[in-house]
Design a binder for this molecule. Sequence first.
Ligand code: SF4
Ligand code: SF4
Length: 483
Amino acid sequence: MEYNGGSNGDKGERLSADAEFRGAGDGKRDGLLAGAAGSDEKRLSADAIGGKGASIGAEGGKRDGISSDAAGSGEKNGARGGRKINRSTYAGEPVSVKHVDDYDRAKILRALTAADAECGIFEGTLSGKKIVIKPNLVAKRSPESAATAHPAVVAAVIEWLRARGADNITLAESPGGVYNAARLRGIYAATGMQALADEYGVKLNYDCTFRETTAPDGTRCRLFDIIAPILDADVIIDVCKLKTHALTGMSAAVKNMFGTIPGIVKFEMHSRYPDYGNFAEMLVDLCQLLADRCEFVSVTDGIVAMEGNGPTAGDPRPLGVMLVSRNPFVSDAAAAHLIGRDKKIATVEFAAGRGISPESFDGVNVVGEKLEPVELAMPDSVEKNGIEIMRNLFGGKIYDMFRPYPVIGYADCVGCGECAASCPQHTITMTPPSEAGFAARRASAHRVPVIDRESCIRCFCCQELCPHGVVKIKKNPITRILS
Ligand code: SF4
Ligand code: SF4
């Protein structure tokens, strides 16, 4: 596996020996959890979480009030009565591979219908079930940028679901940055989802509440804040975009579920798991929790993927492939193979280690058409073997000096401050140009971001969320040679 992070020298292979569970030794939450004993899903009051609640309230998202029902609801893990992951068969779930060469809705619908026939995707009628489509809408980007799920794919998914009786469909996403109605409105409009909702009469989610839920099988994290519509769903349709990703190497079905964590709580998760391996393990915990609690289907849009500096600043790369499966981990194993990253994506390796995905692509049950691997350009942040050798030789501090880091292109920076607002470490300060060094002084008349490299954890949220693509990843020259 390749690791970008690792300031603490921790290896992703270590699955659970010293996992830090929220609720099991996390001082910040112990008080809250004392009252939560015996219940898997809790609704907490904003007051109870003090400063964090205040800041969450400021972005519009809020926790529901404490409910005594939650304690005695009898819902196992808040589950919606869907199938449970059966470990003896789950890794063998098929993944349907379909070649689709453009965003013609009819072609995509044919591919989805064939996948259902080949893989037995749905259990009976969808009538009366609360269905939530969770598209990847990471940022305000047009469909042509390949940063977000394409509206033609979402449209075909809606038609596919309706053909199976669906009469209650909601689109829900917590994009990067704050989670409130105003931000959702802008994201829905820019990504083409508002137009789809108008055309098909499906609901767009504006409920910005969230609840705490336990992940009983979690090995790195067992307590998650998750947005309400996802927790209330009977069926989750994970509509992801296949992309390279600055932190995780690949973004597909598993990474897309990070968008079920509300707004700025995502930043908290980056801070909590600064090491890439730990972060990837947490993502597997989260996706396993969601896939286990209700019917779950992943649809991976690789018709036009993103390569290079994903998830938002890369380049579109037509691959002409769609993947459909009930098992997002198997789907991602196939996706990693497709982009030439076998054994290099930590989420795929963790899932294999848990037995919820085959150990290698050879064990993936592919149905439909053949997968022809292609090589995608990787993000500048992804380190190759040489830098890993350096990590092993010199340890944390020296290794940190050689890791790729974010830099600001002051010439094009508009001073909007989104990068500073999205930094989980609060290590970016908006500074007058006169105090920000020569490059900034020469290029800007407005305040510009200055990064304190000492406290930067290389999560690359600033790059992901800069609306102007101004944050670049810089490699140390030695790293460049070793890569
Ligand atoms: S988000 Fe981008 S444009 Fe805005 S201040 Fe940061 S670097 Fe500049
Ligand atoms: S400066 Fe950028 S990469 Fe560093 S911690 Fe902040 S958001 Fe993450």
